[in-house]
Design a binder for this molecule. Structure first.
Ligand code: ZN
Length: 301
């Protein structure tokens, strides 16, 4: 097993295992006809429903079919309308492994083209195998369902009365991120480009271009931010995420220019970030963010 594999498994444990207190999921009304299921039991990735005149758009499908069925039950409390489309904001299993539940309603699953690549064939099986090392229940039931419709830079869809801009702003949390922007409502569903009040998972990420994507989003007319993890909030959550990444970059680059080793950089930078971001969830993930930043910037310098 390579160092990278060991690291990704360890990091994975940090990402997906939720603190010991069981957080019950709650369905938050974001706007009229738009709801987000926040803090599923066991895993905290968010699922959003846009209930249009003609049917429902589902954004992200949770970690297991069982979790997805719970989200579907929440949807059925709100409407009987059919699911028109499911959108995966990126390929990570906590956003895609419930696809099979929603595709029973509609086969149309939309994502960036790299999501399909990352879930296809051996790539998808490897990703599922990694999740199975996290000790979560219900993964044995997962059948990887690929996006059936992909795009490269931008896709516009118009489900009954809404206009959804699906935008790939560049590499960020992964190389296949989608944000969904509803311009008229000043609302953005960011996927994992934003972790609200939560240390981000960056091990698949590209920190420089992630910062750029957030900078681009910052320029949009936005009042409501639905993050990939954490509470629905305002633009401050987007700004806070950008600041975390900027701070991480600055601190790590300084260590690299001073010739500090990876090990010492992880120690010193993590200490600073832990004190500055002590109120954020998933503190145990800080070291991995430093590790990833060191890798990104040491290759360039
Ligand atoms: Zn993710």
């Amino acid at each position: 097993m390579t160092r990278k594999t060991v690291l990704s498994i360890l990091l994975g444990l940090c990402i997906f295992v939720y603190p010991p207190t069981i957080a019950l999921s709650k369905t938050v009304k974001v706007q009229d006809n738009i709801y987000t299921v926040v803090q599923g039991e066991g895993v905290d990735s968010n699922t959003t429903f846009i209930i249009s005149r003609d049917g429902v758009v589902v954004i992200d499908t949770r970690t297991t079919p069982e979790e997805a069925r719970k989200a579907m039950a929440e949807l059925r409390k709100l409407t009987d309308k059919p699911v028109l489309y499911t959108i995966n904001t990126h390929y990570h299993g906590d956003h895609t492994f419930g696809n099979q539940v929603f595709s029973e309603n509609s086969k149309t699953i939309i994502a960036h083209e790299n999501v399909r690549n990352m879930l296809q064939g051996q790539n998808g099986q490897d990703h599922l195998a990694m999740f199975k090392t996290f000790g979560l229940t219900g993964l044995e039931e997962v059948k990887i369902i690929l996006p059936t419709m992909v795009y490269k830079n931008r896709m516009d869809i118009y489900p009954g009365g809404y206009h959804l801009q699906l935008l790939h702003l560049g590499k960020g949390h992964t190389d296949g991120d989608t944000v969904i922007y509803l311009e008229e409502l000043k609302l953005v569903i960011t996927g994992d480009l934003v972790f609200a009040e939560t240390i981000p998972y960056v091990s698949d990420g590209y920190i420089d271009s992630w910062i750029e994507s957030l900078q681009t989003l910052h320029g949009y007319d936005i009042e409501i931010v639905v993050p990939g993890h954490g509470e629905v909030g305002g633009k401050t959550s987007l700004i806070a995420m950008k600041h975390y990444l900027l701070r991480l970059r600055l601190l790590v680059k300084k260590q690299i220019s001073d010739g500090t080793s990876l090990e010492d950089t992880i120690k010193s930078v993590s200490k600073v970030l832990r004190s500055e971001y002590s109120t954020w969830k998933n503190q145990e993930r800080i070291e991995s963010t430093v590790d990833r930043a060191f890798m990104e910037y040491s290759f360039r310098n």
